[in-house]
Design a protein around this ligand. Structure first.
Ligand code: DX5
Ligand code: ZN
Length: 237
C-alpha cells in the first residue's frame, strides 16, 4: 500500500471514482462491496447543502458509516466549506474537494486541509482537491496550485446525477494540463458528471486521472457489470 493517499491515487490513475448516490442506499454496504469486487479503488460522495446547489444529500456521518478499503472521495458542493472541512477529515475522507465558487477564502481552506491528519492513518495525509463549475475558467485555480493535489472539472452543473456531459470540458482538460505542467508538480485532473460507458475511454485519453461516474454504474440493473466494464475501459484506454 503506498504511503500516502495521494500516492495511492496517483498510482491508480487513471481510474474511476464511483458515486454512490444512485446506489441502493438501504443496502449501501453491499453496494460498496460490489465496487470493491469489481476492482474499484475510489468511492465518491456528493455532498450537497441545498444552497450551493439545489439538492441536499449527505454529510460526515454518512461518510463515516461506510466501512471500506476504498479511498473515500468527498466532493463538497457546499457554501463556505472553511468551517466544515475538518468534519469530513474526521469522518475518514482521503480526498476532500471544495469548489472555487463556494468560498471567499480558497487558499485558507487549502492551507487548513494541508494540516489535517487522515482519520484512518495520520501518516496518509489528505488529497486536496479544487473543483470548477462548467462556467469557471481553469485559470481560476492558477494562484492556488501550490496547495492543490487534484483539479476536478465539473462536466455538468452540480445538482443531480444523470445529466449530459458538456463537450467544452474536453478543452478544459487540455488547458488544465498546460497550467499544471508549468508548476513542475504532479497535480491530478479529475472530471465529474455525465460519464458513461460511451465516453469514459475518450475522457481518459484526454488526460483525466480520476473519472467520476455515478448513474452509469448504479443504474438499478447491473452495477457490477457496469463498474467492471468502465474500469476496464479507463485502464486500457
Ligand atoms: C454532480 C455530481 C456528480 C454527479 C455524477 O452534481 O458532482 O458526481 O452526480 O453523476 P453522473 O455520473 O450520473 O453524472
Ligand atoms: Zn461529484
Amino acid at each position: 500500500m503506498p504511503s500516502t493517499a495521494f500516492a495511492a491515487l496517483n498510482g491508480a490513475a487513471p481510474t474511476l471514482s464511483v458515486g454512490v448516490l444512485t446506489a441502493d442506499l438501504l443496502n449501501l454496504g453491499a453496494e460498496v462491496r460490489v465496487l470493491e469486487d469489481a476492482g474499484a479503488r475510489v468511492v465518491h460522495f456528493d455532498v450537497m447543502d441545498g444552497c450551493f446547489c439545489p439538492m441536499m444529500t449527505v454529510g460526515p456521518p454518512f461518510l463515516k458509516a461506510v466501512k471500506t478499503p476504498l479511498l473515500k472521495d468527498a466532493h463538497l458542493m457546499i457554501d463556505e466549506p472553511l468551517a466544515k472541512v475538518a468534519d469530513y477529515a474526521a469522518a475518514g475522507a482521503d480526498i476532500v474537494t471544495v469548489h472555487v465558487e463556494a468560498t471567499r477564502h480558497l487558499h485558507r481552506v487549502l492551507q487548513q486541509l494541508g494540516q489535517m491528519a487522515n482519520a484512518n492513518d495520520p501518516e496518509r495525509g489528505i488529497v486536496r482537491g479544487v473543483a470548477l463549475n462548467p462556467a469557471t475558467p481553469v485559470e481560476a485555480v492558477g494562484p492556488v496550485l501550490a496547495d492543490v493535489d487534484l483539479v476536478l472539472l465539473l462536466a455538468v452543473n452540480p445538482g443531480w446525477g444523470g445529466q449530459t456531459f458538456i463537450p467544452a470540458t474536453m478543452e478544459k482538460i487540455a488547458r488544465a494540463r498546460e497550467i499544471i505542467a508549468r508548476t513542475g508538480r504532479t497535480i491530478l485532473i479529475g472530471v465529474d458528471g455525465g460519464i458513461t460507458r460511451r465516453n469514459v475511454a475518450e475522457v481518459a485519453r484526454a488526460g483525466a486521472d480520476l473519472i467520476v461516474t455515478g448513474s452509469a454504474v448504479f443504474d438499478g440493473r447491473a452495477a457490477a457489470e457496469n463498474a467492471r466494464a468502465m474500469l476496464q475501459a479507463v485502464e486500457t484506454h
